[in-house]
Design a binder for this molecule. Structure first.
Ligand code: AP5
Length: 218
């Protein structure tokens, strides 16, 4: 299975990618997570990405595309992957097509998660993440057993720099202008499946699995 998740910030891409990748036994490849790991590790890549991420802008395509190409060439992605946060614009989608053509393969499905913008602001302002395992929580909708602490690692949860309301609103603008055109792009390719990303995490997962099965089976 080679799949992509598309949706606005806060749609639940990371949450669903973690669950679906584990159930499908394929790696979750999140460009946001890779960038954040590089920022906290102080690498050259992290230094290049940080200023864009803090503003809520896209990291330049040449940086992002090279990183994804390397990641998809790793052994664990040979039989499949779930991309979360890439592609993010039509040029990145064209690059992905080329990367996969070089590996002699293609995408199976692109799952679009739809949610309205006010819900996004509520979700992102309450998001907390584990610095060790990357698990994502919400202070109200998906709270850890002990407030502020990861259920898996016992690590102290943190709030992302780009989850301030002003930055969230800018990320939504970037999504509308640069990422939303991917919906038409993948519809034209016959790969798009769209679901409502509202309701509980479990309800969204059930919808996602049904939509993927319908698309891949068709
Ligand atoms: P990235 O990390 O990809 O951020 P994003 O797309 O803005 O998405 P988020 O991670 O904010 O949201 P999500 O949809 O994953 O939601 P989540 O599951 O966490 O990118 C960050 C930055 O990196 C970008 O701004 C850019 O600078 C750079 N970047 C990354 N990829 C790039 C690329 N390809 N090109 C260029 N630059 C790139 O859920 C959100 C919250 O909601 C959580 O608290 C969760 O618990 C809660 N929640 C989830 N599901 C539900 C539900 N059903 N009901 C209630 N709450 C829910």
């Amino acid at each position: 299975m080679r799949a992509v998740l598309v949706g606005p910030p806060g749609a639940g891409k990371g949450t669903q990618a973690q669950i679906l990748a584990s159930e499908l036994s394929i790696p979750k490849v999140s460009t946001g997570d890779i960038f954040r790991a590089n920022v906290s590790g102080g690498t050259e890549l992290g230094k290049k990405a940080k200023e864009y991420m803090d503003r809520g802008d896209l990291v330049p395509d040449e940086v992002t595309n090279a990183m994804v190409k390397d990641r998809l060439a790793q052994d664990d992605a040979a039989t499949g992957f779930l991309l979360d946060g890439f592609p993010r614009n039509v040029p990145q989608a064209e690059t992905l097509k080329g990367i996969l053509a070089d590996l002699d393969t293609t995408l199976d499905v692109v799952l679009e998660l739809r949610v309205d913008e006010e819900e996004v602001v509520k979700r992102l302002s309450g998001r907390r993440s584990c610095p060790e395992c990357g698990r994502v929580y919400h202070v109200e909708y998906d709270a850890p057993k002990v407030a502020g602490t990861c259920d898996n690692e016992g690590a102290e949860l943190y709030q992302r720099e780009d989850d301030r309301e002003e930055t969230i609103r800018h990320r939504l603008e970037v999504y509308r202008e640069q990422t939303a055109p991917l919906v038409q792009f993948y519809e034209a390719e016959g790969l798009l499946a769209t679901i409502a990303a509202t309701g509980s995490v479990e309800e969204v997962t059930a919808r996602a699995k049904a939509a993927i099965a319908e698309k891949v089976g068709s």
